[in-house]
Ligand binder design. Sequence first.
Ligand code: HEC
Ligand code: HEC
Length: 224
Amino acid sequence: MKKHLLALSITLAFTSVPGILHAQGNLDAGKQKSASCAGCHGQDGNSQLPTYPKLAQQHASYLIQQLKAFKEDKRKNPIMSPLAKTLSDEDITEIADFYAAQKVSVNPDPILNADDEDEAADDKTKKSVTVESLVAQGGNLYRNGDIQRAVSACIACHGPFGEGNKPADFPALKSQHADYLIKALKDFKSGERSNNPENMMHMIAQKMTEEEIKAVAYRISTMK
Ligand code: HEC
Ligand code: HEC
């Protein structure tokens, strides 16, 4: 019995070591190939500018999907489409694996934009908006959705911690920049971004108000 176990563990050791080396090889290749992306997305996929999405810790399958969509002009973006056309399928897989293996950085606490305060000041009937109230509103929408208006709860697909759902290819959202999340949700709402064949996000975002989009984006940006 013991002998069998020993034999098994030796076999495993021999089969897994080249496997690990191979994976490491791909990660190194992915890191090198991502050099041209680092200026915008950060060396480890944690972009500094809030309009450039973080790619760190994102599911590789989702990154591959999006890069192929840019490449085929299904997801339209004047910056990303030409860049993606320079990548082979192998480049895309290696770069995606590299970003997926990085850790997403935590954001500083959100601050209120001047226009949020203006809106509250203009409209005396409105309760004054604070970051806390927006984040709480967004947290409620994320967890519960809005049953009356048939806005699905984000948690169902993007997970309790914003970690997404790897087998289902639902992207991770946690610690993403709020500005990028707002743009993504507005693009889904308007139909500008519609590369997913099921178009689930369009169905959801078209029912959301601008305030809800902002609130849920702020909440997601604080998820760790
Ligand atoms: C000049 C800046 C810039 C460079 C360089 C750049 N990107 Fe981007 N990237 C962007 C912007 C802006 C977006 C958001 C596009 C949008 O709003 O739809 C984006 C989006 C993406 C997305 C989609 C992320 C998501 O969450 O859906 C992926 C994946 C991506 N880039 C990968 C890359 C890779 C790989 C490279 C290098 C080959 C690269 N980018 C180089 C600016 C850049
Ligand atoms: C039925 C499943 C489902 C639900 C519910 C859902 N999503 Fe999504 N979400 C997706 C899928 C699938 C994608 C990828 C879309 C694509 O490939 O274009 C996505 C993409 C996104 C993105 C873009 C991420 C990126 O990196 O560009 C954001 C932001 C987002 N969802 C926010 C939300 C919010 C906020 C809610 C709740 C109000 C929500 N989602 C509810 C499935 C869902």
